[in-house]
Write a protein that binds this ligand. Structure first.
Ligand SMILES: [Cu+2]
Length: 145
């Protein structure tokens, strides 16, 4: 099940696969795997175009103030380096409403300062549900900052 690995914290870059379906649960379609990663400042995340037709793009209002937004091209890998602690919400542009959304948490001082602001950004359809699940996972991790 997906929840077996709610997040990873490995050497840089951390790989997030962009997939048409979950390898172990084909009912889960259009997903980032894993959809939540927790990293340290200076680590990178490689959003990997393992399946075609997806991208990863930060969402306005869901990244810390002063942080650099990003927008990958459809069907292309994109590697993003994170230096500033905080919560970073992102989506696959064509599948945001289908629930293809994810979050990167960069640990450190002030890491959760923009959590409420990120939660307050309007989401649609299944994207809204998946973000709600991710916020719950973040709460359960008991991160500080
Ligand atoms: Cu997609």
């Amino acid at each position: 099940m997906f929840l077996a690995a709610p997040y990873v914290r490995a050497s840089s870059p951390v790989v997030v696969d962009m997939l048409n379906k979950h390898p172990d649960d084909p009912k889960q379609r259009q997903i980032f795997l894993p959809r939540l990663v927790v990293i340290d400042p200076g680590q990178s995340v490689l959003f990997k175009a393992t399946d075609p037709g997806h991208n990863a793009a930060s969402v306005d209002g869901m990244i810390p103030e002063g942080a650099e937004p990003w927008e990958g091209k459809i069907g292309k890998d994109i590697e993003v380096e994170f230096t500033q602690p905080g919560v970073y919400g992102y989506v696959c542009t064509p599948h945001a409403a289908a629930g293809m959304v994810g979050v990167v948490v960069v640990q450190g001082e002030g890491a959760l300062d923009n959590l409420e602001a990120a939660k307050a950004v309007k989401q649609r359809a299944k994207g809204k549900r998946v973000f709600a699940e991710i916020w719950e996972e973040i709460d359960q991790l008991g991160l500080s900052g």
